[in-house]
Design a protein around this ligand. Structure first.
Ligand SMILES: Cc1cc2nc3c(=O)[nH]c(=O)nc-3n(C[C@H](O)[C@H](O)[C@H](O)COP(=O)(O)OP(=O)(O)OC[C@H]3O[C@@H](n4cnc5c(N)ncnc54)[C@H](O)[C@@H]3O)c2cc1C
Length: 287
């Protein structure tokens, strides 16, 4: 008998297959075209997809759930990644995987990936992009896992919008590769070698130095505990709730499967009350 894979998240109620959760996302396969290493900290996977309709893949900051392991008789082990770019002419997407030290499902998939590898995925789901109203400016705080999202957001930056972005990465080159649209100032928070990500120092330090906090619409993504602290600081400093979109992309010391179990339990409880996906306050979950 095969041992069960503890990274597979059970969905006993089938709630994840319902329309409220799927919201027009499709099940699609990506065939790997190449894997390159543009910087030491990143593996860039270029793949080909054949979407039913390319339109939903076009706007910036689309996330996909990729099936990195498919244990027999269980749900696949899934991880969330960002579509860094989509080219409707070649039907190619790019996904940047930040390389980290743990022997994790996504890192195992990456080590085995080569041209021709097929990766099942569900998506795309568009995530928030900063679109301030009135004369507010856009502020972005991102660690290296959110650089692909920032890349896509900057590529599609609306003319006339003023913004600043603070990017934490151990890799100068990953910062240099970001687009520089007019009206945006980029700040590099270079994490020294030997300091682990999610240190709680650099992005929060930048957020604490944000002048006139009430004058910004904020988008932030990175390590979960760090992001919660950043959110709490900015709320306390006067950023309106409606102007704060803060996401925990990963959690130090915890697998995404455990995060997904907590998300699923919350979602099930909300659905039982007749509420929908919008009501899941991800960053406030007690994990
Ligand atoms: C909307 C969204 C978009 C995302 N987009 C991207 C993206 O484009 N590129 C990207 O690289 N990641 C992205 N992430 C984060 C990615 O899903 C997580 O890093 C995920 O945990 C990786 O899975 P894993 O199997 O490697 O590690 P897991 O099995 O989830 O975790 C195993 C261990 O590895 C640690 N770990 C996980 N990720 C990191 C990390 N980056 N640095 C250090 N330690 C880590 C965990 O703390 C844990 O201890 C995104 C997440 C979300 C929610």
């Amino acid at each position: 008998m095969t041992a069960s894979n503890s990274e597979s998240v059970e969905d006993r109620s089938g709630i994840l297959e319902e329309d409220d959760h799927m919201r027009g996302m499709e099940r699609i396969a990506m065939e790997v075209v190449r894997v390159t290493y543009p910087f030491a900290s990143v593996a860039r996977v270029t793949g080909r997809i054949a979407p039913l309709d390319p339109a939903p893949w076009m706007p910036p900051n689309q996330a996909v759930r990729i099936a990195v392991e498919e244990p027999a008789g269980q749900r696949p082990v899934v991880r969330v990644y960002t579509i860094r770019s989509f080219d409707p002419v070649t039907s190619q997407v790019e996904i940047d995987f930040v390389i980290h030290e743990d022997d994790s499902p996504a890192m195992r998939w990456l080590r085995a990936a080569k041209p021709g590898t097929v990766l099942p995925m569900i998506g795309p789901r568009q995530h928030f992009i900063p679109l301030p109203s009135g004369d507010k400016r856009a502020a972005i705080f991102a660690d290296e896992t959110a650089i692909p999202a920032v890349y896509a957001i900057l590529k599609a930056w609306p003319a006339g919008l003023q913004g600043e972005a603070w990017i934490e990465t151990p890799d100068h080159a990953a910062f240099e590769e970001l687009p520089r649209p007019e009206g945006v100032r980029l700040h590099l928070l270079l994490r020294p070698a030997g300091v682990a990500p999610g240190s709680g120092k650099y992005l929060i330090g930048a957020a604490k130095a944000l002048p006139d906090p009430a004058g910004w619409t904020v988008w932030a993504a990175g390590e979960r505990v760090e992001m919660r602290d950043l959110r709490n600081h900015l709320r306390g400093a006067g950023v309106a709730r409606a102007d704060l979109q803060v996401l925990g992309y990963w959690k130090k010391g915890m697998s995404s499967s455990d995060l997904d179990r907590a998300r699923l339990a919350e979602y099930e409880a909300l659905r039982a009350e007749g509420l929908t996906l919008e009501n899941v306050g991800d960053i406030d979950l007690p994990v």
